[in-house]
Design a protein around this ligand. Structure first.
Ligand SMILES: Nc1ncnc2c1ncn2[C@@H]1O[C@H](COP(=O)(O)OP(=O)(O)OP(=O)(O)O)[C@@H](O)[C@H]1O
Ligand SMILES: [Mg+2]
Length: 298
């Protein structure tokens, strides 16, 4: 098989130099970020983005410098969750794009930042002249650019909010080989557990470190009296973690305040950290930090 090195000329585009320079640029951005973690689930709508945003808030509250990469290119929601909607402005200079800065100083980059208006959809097929064949390639290029072109600066944590499904983590690991691990999220329903179980199996087979499993919407917490009650009659999510031999790291209640619009967007933790649900988020974060302490090389 021929490589670029075997080509006599490349029409003056100097592809090798371009690839090398992109790689170096990405590396220099990533080297300034101590810990990178993805939050994912095979299943859609289980609370990945809400938990990512609120865990970021918890880390920021403890004094860490935090960023979120919204890797959900087709359904970005992090800007909205961090309270940066219509008033976003994209600032670009020779060093790259300035990230959005949301509630609690959390930096983020999202496809939303690049769209002409907050309600514009992402139209990959239009860009590709009507073919869907290039969508996957364009998506992985877009992800690299969001990571590489953003002026993240020095960060303690970069949380990566994944889209639903299990396959996109391969792209993320290609770009960030030092990814410290993934947090898997499920709700208690049997169908969610069934799908998340496949995601865990796939990650284990592919050697993706799994920090642990979080159960979202595990119980119901009354937003007025803070009483906690049962929500689902389902299989215990702890059993799923046990059967997959991964840690069970958190149980976050269903709490209507999580989806409510607040002064900080929909960043529940910023305003309710002492609530039952706020403490549950903090307990899951404690477990993630323990994993990092034990396993991190930095
Ligand atoms: N613990 C919770 N209590 C109450 N509502 C919640 C909770 N977690 C998530 N939600 C709500 O559930 C909905 C889905 O959450 P979210 O968008 O975070 O899920 P997701 O897994 O990121 O979805 P997608 O797969 O589309 O990316 C949102 O309306 C959110 O406000
Ligand atoms: Mg999401």
């Amino acid at each position: 098989m021929k490589t670029y090195h075997d080509l006599a000329g490349d029409g003056g585009s100097n592809i090798i130099a371009q690839v090398v320079s992109q790689r170096e640029k990405l590396r220099s951005r990533l080297d300034k970020i101590k810990h990178k973690i993805s939050l994912m689930s095979g299943k859609g709508g289980v609370g990945k983005s809400s938990i990512t945003a609120n865990m970021a808030a918890c880390l920021a509250d403890r004094g860490y410098r935090v960023g979120i990469l919204d890797a959900d290119l087709n359904g970005p929601s992090i800007g909205h969750l961090l309270g940066v909607g219509n008033d976003r402005k994209l600032t670009i200079d020779e060093n790259g794009v300035a990230p959005g800065v949301g509630a609690m100083g959390i930096k983020f980059m999202s496809m939303d930042m690049l769209l002409p208006t907050p309600d514009s959809p992402v139209m990959w097929t239009e860009e590709a002249g009507g073919t869907a064949a290039w969508v996957s390639t364009m998506e992985s290029t877009a992800l690299r650019e969001l990571l590489m072109d953003t002026q993240w600066g020095e960060l303690d944590y970069l949380l990566i909010d994944m889209p639903p499904g299990s396959d996109r983590i391969d792209n993320v690991r290609d770009l960030i080989p030092e990814l410290e691990g993934v947090v898997e999220i499920t709700i208690p329903s049997p169908v969610s557990q069934h799908i998340v179980s496949k995601s865990i199996t796939k990650n284990s087979k592919m050697g993706v470190p799994i920090i642990g499993l979080v159960e979202n919407m595990a119980t119901y917490v009354c937003p007025h009296c803070e009483q906690e009650g049962k929500l689902f009659e389902g299989e215990d999510v702890r059993k799923l973690a046990q059967s997959k031999e991964i840690p069970f790291i958190g149980k976050i209640p269903f709490d209507t305040r999580i989806s409510r619009k607040t002064a900080s967007g929909t960043l529940f933790y910023a305003e309710n950290k002492e609530s039952v649900t706020g403490k549950a988020i903090a307990a899951a974060v404690d477990n993630i930090l323990k994993f990092i302490d034990k396993n991190s090389k930095r």
